[in-house]
Write a protein that binds this ligand. Sequence first.
Ligand code: NAD
Ligand code: TYD
Length: 334
Amino acid sequence: MQRLLVTGGAGFIGSNFVRYMLEKYSGYFIVVYDKLTYAGRLENLQDVAEKFAGRYAFVQGDICDGAAVEAALAEYQVDTIVNFAAETHVDRSLMEPGAFIQTDVFGTYVLLEAARKLGLERYHQISTDEVYGQVLVDRSKETDNLKPRSPYAASKTGGDLMVLAYYESWGLPVTITRGSNNIGPYQYPEKVVPLFATNAMDDQPLPVYGDGLQMRDYQYVIDHCEGIDAVLHKGQIGEIYNIGTGEEMTNIEMTKIVLATLGKPESLIRYALDVSKLAGLGWEPSHSCAEAIEKTARWYAENEWWWRPIKSGELYKAYYAEQYGKRLGVGSRG
Ligand code: NAD
Ligand code: TYD
């Protein structure tokens, strides 16, 4: 294993992996094969192209294009494919699932077929912990059932199953790694940590979905690259390996760390509900927050008859003293 085709190598994790491998293994040659979608950027590899000019090549191409894939494999005498290429953002997969099926499932098949035809030494698939679905108790093991919950996760699951099918059916020497949420340099600012860090820098609000209590295992991208490296060199053919910190953290904890790191106030945190589910039924609110507040305040001003008896009742006075007495320094005067 010395000549690698790294698909999706111009993306976030792929570009970190290419840099890491070229720095670590002086005898390796790496070809990045990437379609350069919105997520793929040559700037991610600018330093690599300069520093490793003789051991690095870039080919712009789609993994769904079998002829182009085979041409690149032959031209650079590749012995190993590491497939990072994918549509990767869960929120986008709800908007355009077809693109995910095309690249993450069909594209994986095209690469496997090329690896089989050319008799490559290894095919390695980069997968995700999202194939396991929601984990309510304990931790996901590699042997767990797969219960993807988004078009993204379902497409990645399809890709994984195709990889295993090529191992079972033709003995293709495959390995799979399933990583948790990666964070680090060159991550597109649609994912939560770069989005929040960049919003905070501009003093823009940080939109935390729901109550912010969802848990994620945020791992540093270079740790993930080291895990992939270990599986490439020491992993067993036909096997799957999870890669993560094994820890978890709520989104709100993560958000507070981002703000503390950048010296920004927690007042930037905004809890925002994702209402796209109901919007799918054709609903949309007719009032902005400001309009709703103004309209409500006006109603109370015009309808004293309704609230004054409530507020002067004994029940209400007792509640008020209990709830706000200490905080506001008020008694049960009402
Ligand atoms: P990314 O979106 O930053 O990069 C994806 C890359 O794939 C881009 O360079 C894009 O141009 C390229 N690409 C997309 N479609 C292509 C196609 N049809 N042909 C060729 N290239 C194409 O993604 P990332 O976060 O770096 O993720 C890389 C891989 O790691 C993906 O397979 C993803 O499922 C997996 N993964 C990501 C995470 C994470 O937290 N980001 C966690 C676990 C696993
Ligand atoms: P994200 O980085 O999009 O990764 P994934 O959905 O693949 O895990 O989101 C991580 C968590 O952050 C997820 O629980 C959703 C939440 N999130 C927010 O609260 N606000 C945001 O603006 C985004 C993008 C994500």
